[in-house]
Design a protein around this ligand. Sequence first.
Ligand code: SF4
Length: 353
Amino acid sequence: MKNYDGIALFSGGLDSILAARLLMEQGRTIKCLHFYSPFFGHPGRVEHWQEVYGLDITAVDASAPFVDMLKRGPDYGFGSAMNPCVDCKILMMRLAKAQMPSYGAQFLVSGEVLGQRPMSQRRDTLNVIRRDAEVRDILLRPLCARLLDPTAAETAGLVDRSRLLGMNGRGRKEQLALAEHFHITEIPTPGGGCKLTEKENTRRFWPVLSRLAAPDVNDFRLADVGRQFWHENFWLTIGRHRFDNEAYAGLLREGDLHFKVAGFPGPIALGRSSRSWNPDAVREAASLVASYSPKACKASEEGQRISVRVTRGDQIQLVEVIPSRETVFHEPTWESARDELHALRKPEKQNRD
Ligand code: SF4
């Protein structure tokens, strides 16, 4: 393990590929770390990336520290949705720095380009990230290094500064030309696919963070599955198809309610809350779950009694319901999440290095 010159943060995006390859072209040995969580990352693609980009990549699960950061509240706030980009980068750099001794690495590499993103890649923000992650002496940004002060790796002669770049701004022309230089034909689409930047996912994740007493990684994974409904602090997720129903099996934990219409095909649903479910909330949830079983709805219209089996641990209860979507449970909207996030906005934190 201890034979690497540097550790690179590897998102799978083009910039992170180019940053690592640029240093490898100088003869430096680079270990790429691909951090993943319920919100970002694709650990299943690591093997493919290694093959097509000629990189040495290890996937690292950052879920728990990332969720801890969300729970504490990001110091630099959220971006256009629920994305805490500055705090995220600080955290990833801290995590990568902690791994340096095991790889024998002397510097950290990041593919940031000055001015490429409005929030996290402004010059002052790049300085803040470097300062707060405590990587001032070890962080190298090869794609825009010529526009920044020389780092220790450059002044010590470990990296040839004259072969680093001075990329600036949002255009991708220079990156694409460099990709061609490295004979990279599979160009990742820009954006990276972080779920926290998307409205649809913010709508799912925000109630978990704002309403549960102590949300954890499993909660955010559950929020990514099925239809989401909330009533006060009672959370109901209803499977949309077989894959959702199967996913619940791996997410179910002590205290959860498991709903299934008795005697008819229909979805599986999980109920979760920081407090005990009262009988009214259970009945409302059961009625909503039954409304997603067309056969149960038809049978109910024909006068048949419909029951939903509600299981909690080894306790099973049959709840008689009329299937209905007129309910106290509601699907959270992007607009309400956005308004709550806006209300949290702090004045910009001091961004000087
Ligand atoms: S887009 Fe997502 S993964 Fe990227 S820096 Fe922001 S929070 Fe982190």
